[in-house]
Design a protein around this ligand. Structure first.
Ligand code: SER
Length: 904
């Protein structure tokens, strides 16, 4: 009987077992692959070792074991749609794996796996079966002869060949299958067996041992790997379900705490839970995935990884609604995940606040669109039903996406539930049309320019970049290897004065724009010609193109030349680049490790840096960041660059950017904190150019901080000359203000301004008192103009007032003074007429209505209005007619008195 182990014990036992067998225990890599453009997310334990298998990278060990965070939601291994209905599918999961890089092979891998399963985890051998690739006799012999397993338990299966993706390492595999017994059968086939290979839940593929032997090329060819190796993978969730003897993964201690939380939040009983099982599973799975993704720097968005995160979050939120949530819940669920998994994956605890805040934001944003979107989708589905159609028109689906942010897969999900499909082609067409519209002609030129170069790639000379060396920026002897017409891509023999040309040199001090750093500018001179370099680009790797304009003479292919970079400008750029690294480090120190780089521009005049962070930075945070950077500038730390392997850089803690492709050899820029003690302050992979010592940067000043998209903020900062100029101009400004205020020392300005404010307030108070006095006088004079109409004092005058409120106060005052009264005030404000009318209660009782009077006179000024019998207001555009309108009041009152008495 298996022991009732916890997940944590199962994880640890795996690592301990392989440690005992001399494996290096390697930490899980981020879910975002750091150097693999073929893959959206890490989807297997071997991903971080891909290049080691391919033989392009080597490590200090030849055996390793890991527990790897994995996601399978896109590409070759996509489990999204199964998550929920299936008892054993997940988007996020943990994979236990052991690896051999040219070290051991089948003969050791198979017995080790068996030993751990049977003796380590105590699984019953009577429940275990094995599959192998049909012609893998060696594995068959190891299972049957070396381990003495009955050949009846070993199955030869065509599908036992594992590929990471369409390209990459691959090889035959052997699997260990766990038999859940006849009661676990879900296929219902009377001949249910492993050989049917029909995905029946009875036969659980627990451990996959891949014998890496080939590399799958994009051409379709398979080439043998330099050294065959072993890559094994075992889904932790599934293993736990077997060891804990649970019928499905979701009943293990990995998920039950999440379900308990959901039940408590919803007030659900076990019956409710059973009824909404699919929703519970979707929410639990997707929240785990979202929590881990955000910790690894992914934020909900509309492209790539960000889109996937948004998609799964929205799927979870939609299910949340279906199972009974009416308010936000996802953050509460994430807290359970952080609590439960944060011991092993410390990044969850470190970034907990950020994760929670990011989830809350996305949930709030989606809530607004969800209700309307779902309503529209339901309507649409109802419509289709009536018409007997089963296909949602692509344009309509796209509209839901573009207007309500409903991801395609989410619409598809809902469609499927109703037995409908979406016209995908029409959807794609609509998407394409919109893209073309929004892009317009904007990037046409750049694209065609790069295309020219791609086509010529094989004929183009490459150039050596000399510009990391500060001594080789001026008058560098070079040779012109090619001249190209930038418009047509045509190869030229020469360029004449006034023309724009692309120049390719054998070597160059000019830095080509990349990694956010702008290109160098400068001049290239030959004996007979001089060209100004305006831009430098690398359209294809190692081909450096100088976009230049010939300002005098002629430049010919093959000539010797001298290249000179604008060194002052280059130094300003270098200051900003090194400052960018300091800023990146400081942001993570002050705000937290989540504040990772999202974008960067390093120009001569300023630097711009985009990073993950949800809130506006406070003044205190900005000041702390500025202080942290300037402190490390003042300490004049050495800046160094090493070329090294990607693996070593990773081991030495270099910061790498998500989505960035790094070659096998990378350049690592380090700023050492205490050179003697070899403590590294900042270390990033970077191809850019930097100062030698941080002291050369000069002051760093943050001049702006703002949001640029959800969860991404931008800082603009100045260094060196630009910072000095900024300080000087601020100083001048202060001096000028001081002079204007009549104070000598700028420190006194604040005091003086406060004094002036106080004086101003005093004056304002005096002014107000005078105005009230004036107003009272104005009103007292007005009182005299009251006419008597049938014992009612009727007053209609023009006053100076700033708003209706003031007019109301005036008319209240006048009404109280006059006793039985009807008061109409008119004022002209911004060229328009405002009218108020007020009647005392006894006047109203006599059937006179302020509302009616105002209605009548408003017409005269071309407007309208109305209100209650005791107070009404109106407006109109025709200011010159105001006196005429006021003059009409007495007659109207008289008329109303007359008609009222006739009625009574
Ligand atoms: N790469 C294989 C898998 O993912 C074994 O680790 O199944």
């Amino acid at each position: 009987m298996p022991k009732p182990w916890t997940t944590n014990e199962i994880r640890q036992t795996f690592l301990d077992f392989f440690k005992k067998h001399h494996h290096a225990i390697v930490a899980s890599s981020s879910l975002v692959p750091s150097n693999d453009p073929t893959l959206l997310f890490v989807n297997a334990g071997m991903v971080q070792f891909k290049d080691v298998f391919l033989g392009v990278e080597s490590r200090s060990y030849t055996r390793a074991a890991t527990v790897q965070k994995c996601m399978r939601v896109s590409g070759k291994h996509n489990d999204l749609e199964n998550v929920g209905p299936s008892p054993r599918h997940h988007t996020f999961f943990e994979m236990l794996g052991n690896f051999s890089f040219g070290d051991y092979f089948k003969k050791e891998a198979i017995p080790m796996a068996y030993d751990l399963m049977v003796n380590g985890y105590g699984l019953d051998p009577a429940r275990l079966y094995y599959t192998i690739y049909p012609d893998d006799q060696e594995s068959f012999d190891i299972w049957s002869k070396d381990l003495g397993i009955n050949p009846d338990r070993i199955f030869r299966m065509e599908g036992n060949f594992w590929r990471m993706a369409d390209v990459g390492p691959c090889g035959p595999n052997s699997e260990i299958i766990y038999d859940r017994g006849p009661e676990g059968c879900t296929c219902g086939d009377p001949n249910c067996s492993i050989e049917l290979d029909n995905d029946c839940d009875r036969w659980l593929e627990v451990w996959n041992l891949v014998f890496m032997q080939f590399s799958q090329e994009a051409s379709g060819e398979m080439t043998p790997l330099p050294k065959p190796g072993v890559d094994t993978g075992m889904g932790l969730e599934r293993l736990v379900s077997v060891i804990q003897d649970k019928p499905d993964n979701y009943q293990t201690d990995l998920f039950t705490p999440i379900f308990e939380k959901l039940k408590a939040l919803l007030g659900h009983t076990d019956e409710h839970f059973a009824e909404h099982l699919v929703g519970y599973r979707v929410i639990a799975d997707h929240t785990r995935a979202a929590t881990f993704l955000i910790a690894d720097g992914v934020l909900p968005g509309n492209v790539g990884r960000d889109y996937v995160l948004r998609l799964i979050l929205r799927r979870a939120l939609r299910y949340g609604k279906m199972i009974g949530f009416t308010g936000p819940f996802i953050a509460e669920v994430a807290r359970v995940v952080i609590e439960q998994m944060g011991g092993h994956y410390t990044e969850l605890r470190e970034r907990a606040d950020f994760i929670i805040a990011a989830l809350q934001r996305e949930e709030a944003a989606f809530q607004q669109t969800l209700d309307r979107g779902i309503m529209l989708l339901d309507e649409l589905i109802g419509d289709l039903r009536k018409r007997g159609s089963t296909v949602i028109p692509g344009e309509r689906a796209f509209q839901l996406y573009s207007t309500f942010g409903f991801p395609y897969d989410l619409i598809n999900d809902v469609a499927k539930e109703h037995g409908l499909t979406i016209d995908r082609q029409a959807y794609d067409r609509a998407m394409l049309e919109e893209k073309t519209r929004s892009k317009a002609a904007s990037s046409f030129n750049v694209d065609t320019w790069i295309e020219h170069y791609r086509r010529m790639a094989s004929e183009l000379p490459t150039s050596e970049f000399l510009g990391y060396d500060y001594e080789h920026l001026r008058e560098v002897p070079v040779q012109v290897l090619a001249i190209i017409d930038p418009e047509t891509g045509e190869r030229l023999e020469q360029g004449a004065e006034g023309s724009a040309i692309d120049l390719l040199l054998n070597r160059t001090p000019f830095y080509a724009e990349s990694g956010g750093q702008v290109a160098d500018t400068g001049v290239i001179e030959t004996e007979y010609g001089r060209a100004i370099v305006e831009d430098v680009q690398k359209p294809i790797p190692n081909v450096i193109v100088h976009r230049a304009r010939i300002v005098s003479g002629t430049i010919r292919r093959g000539e010797n030349a001298r290249a000179t970079v604008d060194v002052e400008r280059r130094w300003d750029v270098m200051r900003n680049h090194t400052a960018t690294h300091l800023l990146h480090r400081a942001l993570r120190t002050v705000l937290g490790e989540h504040a990772q780089q999202r974008g960067s521009l390093v120009a001569p005049g300023y630097l711009r840096f985009d990073f993950n962070h949800l809130q506006k930075l406070t003044d205190e945070e900005l000041a702390a960041i500025e202080r942290e950077v300037n402190e490390h500038i003042l300490n004049d730390l050495p800046v160094g660059a090493d070329e090294t392997s990607l693996d070593e850089a990773r081991q030495r803690g270099a910061m790498m950017l998500f989505g960035e492709k790094y070659g096998d050899t990378v350049r690592m820029v380090s700023i050492d904190d205490q050179p003697q003690a070899q403590r590294v302050y900042s270390r990033e992979l970077c191809g850019g150019t930097h100062v030698r010592q941080t002291g050369q940067i000069g002051p760093m000043l943050i001049t702006n901080e703002q949001s640029i998209s959800q969860g991404v903020r931008r800082i603009v900062a100045l260094t060196g000359h630009a910072a000095e100029e900024y300080i000087a101009s601020q100083k001048q400004l202060l001096q000028a203000i001081g002079r204007q205020l009549g104070v000598q020392e700028p420190e006194k300005i604040k005091e003086r301004v406060e004094q002036l404010q106080e004086e101003r307030n005093q004056l304002a108070r005096q002014l107000q008192a005078l105005q009230s006095e004036l107003l009272r006088k104005q009103l007292e004079t007005a009182l005299k103009d009251a006419q008597q109409v049938d014992n009612i004092s009727v007053l209609a005058v023009q006053v100076n007032a700033g708003n209706v409120e003031q007019m109301r106060e005036m008319s209240d005052w006048l009404r109280d003074k006059l006793g039985t009264a009807f008061v109409v005030l008119g004022a002209v404000l911004n060229g328009k007429v405002l009218l108020t009318a007020a009647a005392t209660r006894d006047v109203v009782a006599r059937g006179i209505s302020a509302g009616k009077v105002v209605q009548q006179i408003a017409k005269i000024v071309g407007g309208s209005g109305g209100g209650r019998p005791d107070f009404a207001q109106a407006g109109g555009p025709d200011a010159p007619k105001l006196p005429e309108a006021l003059a009409k009041v007495a007659a109207l009152v008289e008329e109303q008195v007359g008609s009222a008495s006739r009625v009574s």
